[in-house]
Design a protein around this ligand. Structure first.
Ligand SMILES: NC(=O)c1ccc[n+]([C@@H]2O[C@H](COP(=O)([O-])OP(=O)(O)OC[C@H]3O[C@@H](n4cnc5c(N)ncnc54)[C@H](O)[C@@H]3O)[C@@H](O)[C@H]2O)c1
Length: 341
């Protein structure tokens, strides 16, 4: 029990709520800075967790007063929402990250862990399992903004310890649930439609990790030795799965509940992401290797959702793009209402 103050930006998000729960459970004090796009997720009921409702683009130095470490997860978190408004994405994911680091330096924060993304390797191809020295190939505004944010953090590593976690695609249960990530999407489609679509035959590889393991990766980085993690880029991956292999694994996992699942071929939609990444450096630096498999992720969701409820599984709040579109529409309606009245 250390009782340090850890600031989690984006702490009410899919990964963030798991991280906040883990930190609080081990006796840390936690300050969440979040715009709460999806609400507060009951974080205000956890002892020793304080909430600041703030856009990271408008961070104030005082928000970091007394903070030991910042775990930085806030921002747009996938391709479709970044494509919706590339400028807002750049401001939130890159510029705000740079400004957060500057504020953290001014406020004497010891360390920042950053929720970067394996999607930086997007177009690298899957012939080799990539380590962190591999040439990156970001495709599009989201992964470009994450890579630029990494560079902004590395630029200040002589002033503050930065640890850049290139998180694989995440799956599994979170109290702020997302069904727009491949493992959870396959689970939802298997439960509701009893069929899974394999775009381009599902040849693409993805590095995956469970949401609890991703949160744990940030936790272990709080106390990992500076000479092992300071200024380091670390992939966080349980293993690499070909999409068609993943579909088979999930079909088998849900078979006792819904019976046979049909695997159907379909043309590609959007960017083709195909890469494999290695967790070896994370293991060497921290001793932590994600263990939870996609089947563990699927089972964690099944344990929590109980009865299969189509309305709940398809609710727009579980799909970042749909939710952002709704928030944008509401915002525009409010503005036109204010102009009229
Ligand atoms: N989920 C994944 O598979 C995955 C994989 C790799 C990297 N990442 C990265 O990890 C981080 C967290 O991902 P997630 O899946 O939890 O995303 P999420 O969308 O569930 O959560 C993001 C959180 O940040 C908040 N937020 C967004 N923009 C903000 C802003 N401008 N100011 C303040 N708060 C803001 C949201 O309200 C939300 O609570 C993101 O930076 C994402 O890019 C996620």
């Amino acid at each position: 029990m250390s009782g340090r103050l850890i600031c989690v930006t984006g702490g009410a998000g899919y990964i963030g709520v798991n991280l906040v729960e883990q930190l609080a459970a081990q006796g840390e004090r936690v300050r969440v800075i979040d715009r709460f796009f999806w609400g507060k997720m009951g974080l205000d009921e956890i002892p020793n967790v304080e909430l600041i409702s703030r856009d990271v683009r408008e961070l104030q130095d005082g928000d970091l007063d007394g903070v030991d470490t910042v775990c930085h997860l806030a921002g747009l978190s996938n391709d479709p929402t970044a494509d919706l408004d590339p400028n807002a994405n750049w401001q939130m994911n890159t510029i705000a990250t740079k400004e957060l680091a500057d504020a953290a330096i001014r406020m004497g924060v010891r360390r920042i862990t950053f929720g970067s993304s394996g999607s930086i390797y997007d177009g690298a191809g899957s012939e080799e399992i990539l380590d962190e020295d591999a040439t990156v190939a970001p495709l599009g505004p989201y992964s470009e903004s994450k890579f630029a944010a990494e560079k902004a953090l590395l630029d200040v590593q002589d002033k503050i310890e930065v640890i850049l976690l290139r998180q694989g695609t995440v799956g599994g249960y979170s109290r702020r649930m997302r069904y727009d990530l491949v493992v959870n999407t396959f689970l939802k489609d298997a439960l509701l439609k009893k069929r899974l679509f394999l775009h381009e035959g599902g040849f693409m590889y993805r590095p995956l990790a469970d949401v609890q393991d991703i949160a744990t990766a940030h936790v272990v980085c709080l106390d990992a030795p500076s000479d092992k993690v300071g200024g380091k880029v670390l992939n966080v991956v349980q293993d690499n799965y070909q999409v068609k292999q993943l579909a088979e694994v999930i079909a088998e996992a849900v078979h006792p509940i819904v019976g046979d699942i049909e695997l159907l071929h379909a043309p590609a939609t959007g960017r083709i992401r195909d890469y494999r990444a290695s967790n070896e450096r994370m293991t060497a630096a921290t001793g932590f290797t994600p263990q939870r498999t996609p089947v563990d992720s699927v089972n964690s969701v099944l344990e929590h959702i109980g009865e299969v409820d189509p309305q709940e599984l398809t609710h727009p709040r579980h799909y970042n793009l749909r939710w952002m579109q709704i928030l944008t529409e509401v915002h525009e309606l409010q503005r036109s209402y204010e102009r009229v009245f």
